[in-house]
Design a protein around this ligand. Sequence first.
Ligand code: ME8
Length: 561
Amino acid sequence: TSRILRQATKIHITTPIFYPNAKPHLGHLYSSLLCDVQARWNKLKFNEVLFTTGTDEHGLKIQNASENLGFTSPKDFVDKLLHHFLQLDKRANIEYTRFIRTTDEDHVENVKKLWKLCYDRGYIYKGTHDGWYSVADETFYPASKILQVIGEKEIPLSASSEGTASEGKYINTETRSEVFYQKETNYFFRLSSFNDQLIKILLDKPGLIYPRSSYNQVLSSLQEQPLQDLSISRPATRLKWGIPTPGDQSQRIYVWFDALCNYVTSIGGVDALLTKKKVSIEHGAHSLDNLTVDTAEWWSNTTHLIGKDIIRFHTIYWPAILLAAGLPLPNRIVVHGHWLSQGRKMSKSIGNVVDPIEMIERYNVDMVRWYILEYSTLESDGDFVEANLRKTRELLAAKWGNLVHRCGGVKFNISRAVSSFNGISVNDFASVLNNAAFDSLKGKLDTLSEDLDRMIENYELSNAVKHIWSIINDANNVVQTGEPWAKPKEEQDMIIYAATESARIAAIASLAFIPDLSNKLLDRLDVEPSKRSLEYIKFGADNNYGSKANMKGREVPIKRL
Ligand code: ME8
């Protein structure tokens, strides 16, 4: 524990900013939840944490959605949709420090500054662009990634095709979203000039992209396919809903150039990062905090958490834009898989889109959080099956609820057990109790805070949850095999103490995962609020709790359903 506490540092963690073109789905909650666990765990370690999230409000996708739904202005549309994203964070206990909207004034200013820096340093030029654009994915695709669809037939496009055929429609080979051929004047970003530099950066710092499979994917793509310059504006006649390019009202800034900049805006802005000066963070309308920060220092501890579909934007475009502007790179980009729904990609037409707010209302926030964390790993796709969520809820009640229920019953006396075993080390304890169930438990409790810390740092949250499960199971076994109800007082106290300590420690260890329920369990055990941090994840660390725990009529916060 002391090893971890001595490392106290600054942590900035970011979610992608979400397109508010429809209500949030499970995938949005997933990104936010992974960040929230990191933020909360680091706060338990007394690290300083900034956690930023928000909405990506400009661009053709939003413009079209707004028009299709009959809104007179895209701003009215995003104002309306915003509500659902804020609501989700609130209901899911996502504890961010700033919720940034790309329509926030300070952000618009920062995007222009970032553009000017790249422009003045010679990395932006005007040219003619032609290619295949997907509005749904807000990106151009090469002809090799396009299929022409005529009825049932799907015909790969020849590289030279300009999409002049009148028949059928065109789609991208991977996302299968519709693409349109465009030929127009755009500003270009000299992405091609960063190829070698990006490769070198990745070779020097393999930890920049995590997990390793994502790192390898990006590195080999850079090594195999030289980068081409990137179109970073659209004619204002077509993209009406975007930030005007500085000095040229006829063009609007490409939504991804705009969106990526949010990460810098939200911790103090481009100037602060450039000049390394301390600034007060301008708080957007939905911020929870107002702080003075050293932007450059925070930035060197920034982690971007993203889904696998937006890896190229974050690991290639974004570092290149920062390099072009003369700005430093963030510390780490962590890539997660997607959530399927009953084995299939979530889609409105299949009707299997999972509404996280609905699930929270039906099953309670912590059941949903615990389920998502237990059933997902970074490198594979999760699969949402409602029956499994129900099972999670039942198990939590049957195992954890039962443990607290047993120890906290009127037959026993937690407070007495705690005070009589005060100061006994876990080893002494084991030698007295001497049962196999306790041995297993003891080993895990001894190293729990270090083990969890390592798992959380590596985003092995499913393993972390499973590890906590095994402690709960062991603790139940200690009670089961120890039969405290049939034992003399001293032995009874010892068994109750071992089990209650496990419940207390597991609840503190779970504060980052299921904050509400953990706090309720700790309330139930009469653990003082000041004793709910990392240093108390240790056998015997709290020698005074449980005074009211065994009083008649106290409810256990998770009930069997
Ligand atoms: O991409 N499972 O926004 P977005 C898990 N605005 N994650 C999923 C998912 C799924 N089924 N579907 C999407 C954008 N995501 C841009 C980001 S950042 C500067 C701009 C994830 O609302 C997706 O991978 O389409 C991404 O990380 C996030 O949700 C936002 O997706």
